[in-house]
Design a protein around this ligand. Structure first.
Ligand code: J2J
Length: 538
């Protein structure tokens, strides 16, 4: 069994009675489609099409082969795949035999992957030869030496380790293989984080499945939904809000795109009759610009009905251009891999849709907006968001110290967001967590600061957000150098950081060498002053 912090019994009972937790493993979502429309298309991946029956069959083949190797309940997997059908095949295969995956992003590199592996000690790693880490065998060998039993690689030449080989039929699933119980961990989500090591979020079948089913209803997914998955498929937004899983639940089709680059996406939308797409704000800006510069593109978007926008703050003026320029409805989403997801509803007044980030999925999502001393603020006043509910987790994986800070005595998770609540709707107006939101990609300041001070010439480092017209925010590293150190150039610093194996989106966009870092009255680094100093010199 994989450890996690359970919900208190009275709340778990309440969530069952209300019909949120249905005590079914998430694989039920595929089983249901297999029963009613096995031949409907579940996934379009470049020139390949997978029916629900294909998805079921291939995931069973992989599950059976892994089960034959002795993998099952209590085991974990580390998966790193781009937006390809094999991501979903692997996901369902692992769920089928009760192996809990961490789905790393394709942009993650050695540091992130080794941190995840160290935390979960995976028995199997599923990755791609197309990723630099797996282009040769060095990292796979390192993983094996660390206890990983199987490394399966998309695009490998050797049958034994080629993922494609593992998708072929070998034996049927053993009768005693099956998913973990629905109230246990199904898989781990990744936290955007604000701490030194990337944290993992255990998600149970019951809680995640509820968020998926309810989201599919809120976004009106149906068998006719054709969903463009252009953001990383593993991200909580793309996976569950309503995400590919919500679309599978409704019996629709997921069309995979390698990235949100507008021209490729527009062609796919036209070719596949895409109706729904989730995007982060900088991608929306690219799509708007592409259509404004070449209005003939607009015709390719004829079938597009709904664009979901979330992950980072979205300016009202840009929100208003979505229906005007792209000809589809807008739904704002404010969610987090830890749980709580808010949506504007499709029938909401346009003013609500353009100016708020929605209201919670569930009537049982409890929201508190708190002042600095932890007391509730009046509606309309900004405050820190705290929440608990039927799909908001109760603790990061094996992180008692951080959990003691992230949760209060009532089990409310403090997300670090500053929000304003009015009529039940939330607007995200700021942040108290030490994180940079670079166009939806989250960077934990502490992780990069810890890395920077490992440089022999750097004694202190502070990473802060800088406003950016395209990405919303970029990052700036303030550095104090060792006495007598040579001046470090930004390209040299970036090269050094890349050599440390950190994901590229986490590289500071700017560097400032300073004689010292300003401190607050209590002796913490005064990041506000650092940010202000940037604004003053911008
Ligand atoms: C401002 N900030 C937002 C929004 C998230 C759906 C949508 C997004 C995520 C996600 C997700 C925001 N406006 N509309 O998991 O299911 C910032 C907040 C939040 C953090 C969570 C989903 N939507 N944010 O972005 O775990 O700061 O999830 O706490 O990556 O993103 O980040 P993440």
């Amino acid at each position: 069994m994989i450890e996690f912090t359970p919900w208190p019994q009275d709340q778990a009972r309440r969530y069952r009675e209300a019909g949120y937790w249905i005590d079914q493993p998430m694989t039920h979502l595929l089983d249901a489609q297999l029963a009613v429309q096995p031949d409907a298309t579940a996934i379009v991946c470049a020139d390949r099409r997978f029916s629900y029956a294909d998805l079921d069959r291939l995931s069973r083949h992989l599950a059976a082969r892994l089960a034959a190797q002795g993998l099952g309940h209590g085991d974990t997997a580390l998966v790193q795949l781009p937006n390809v059908a094999e991501f979903f095949i692997s996901f369902f295969a692992l769920l089928r035999i009760g192996v809990a995956p961490v789905n790393a992003l394709f942009s993650h590199r050695r540091l992130e992957m080794t941190s995840y592996a160290a935390q979960i000690a995976p028995k199997v790693v599923i990755a791609s030869r197309a990723h630099e880490l797996f282009a040769d065998d060095a990292f796979a060998d390192e993983l094996r030496a660390g206890g990983v039993r199987h490394v399966l690689l998309l695009g490998d030449d050797t049958p034994r380790t080629n993922l494609a080989h593992w998708l072929t039929h070998d034996a049927d699933l053993p009768a005693d293989a099956g998913p973990t119980p629905a109230d246990q961990v199904a898989f781990f989500q990744l936290s955007g984080g604000s701490t030194g090591t990337p944290k993992l979020i255990p998600r149970t079948h019951n809680d995640y499945d509820y968020s998926v089913r309810a989201s599919a209803e809120i976004s009106c997914c149906t068998p006719a939904t054709r969903f463009l998955c252009a953001l990383p498929a593993a991200h909580n937004f793309t996976l569950s809000s309503p995400g590919s899983l919500g679309v599978f639940h409704a019996g629709g089709t997921v069309v995979l795109a390698p990235s949100p680059e507008p021209l490729t996406c527009f062609d796919l939308i036209a070719r596949e009759g895409v109706t729904m797409v989730p995007l982060v704000p900088p991608a929306v800006a690219l799509w708007l610009r592409a259509v404004e510069e070449a209005p003939s593109h607009r015709a390719k978007l004829d079938t597009l009905e709904l664009m979901l926008v979330g992950g980072a703050s979205f300016a009202e003026a840009v929100a208003r251009r979505v229906p005007e320029t792209l000809g589809c409805q807008l739904q704002q989403v404010f969610g987090m891999a830890e749980g709580l997801v808010n949506y504007t509803r499709l029938g909401d007044d346009p003013q609500i849709i353009f100016t708020t980030q929605g209201r919670p999925i569930s009537p049982d999502d409890e929201i508190r907006v708190l002042d600095e001393s932890g007391d509730p603020v009046a509606d309309g006043t900004p405050g820190a968001l705290a929440t608990r509910g039927p799909y908001t987790f109760r603790g990061y994986y094996r992180s008692p110290e951080h959990n003691a800070k992230a949760f209060d005595a009532d089990g409310f998770y403090h997300s670090g967001d500053v929000v304003v609540r009015e009529n039940g709707y939330l607007r995200v107006v700021g942040r108290i967590k030490d994180q940079i939101n670079r166009g939806g990609e989250k960077i934990a300041a502490e992780e990069i600061e810890n890395l920077l001070v490992r440089h022999p010439d750097i004694t202190h480092a502070a990473l802060v957000a800088v406003e950016d017209a395209n990405l919303g925010e970029k990052s700036c590293a303030f550095l104090v150098l060792r006495d007598g150190a040579e001046k470090l150039s930004p390209p040299a610093l970036r090269r050094w950081l890349i050599a440390q194996g950190v994901a590229e989106y986490k590289l500071p966009d700017r560097f400032r060498i300073v004689p010292d870092l300003p401190l607050t009255a209590v002796g913490k680094i005064d990041k506000r002053r650092l940010r202000d100093s940037l604004a003053a010199t911008a």
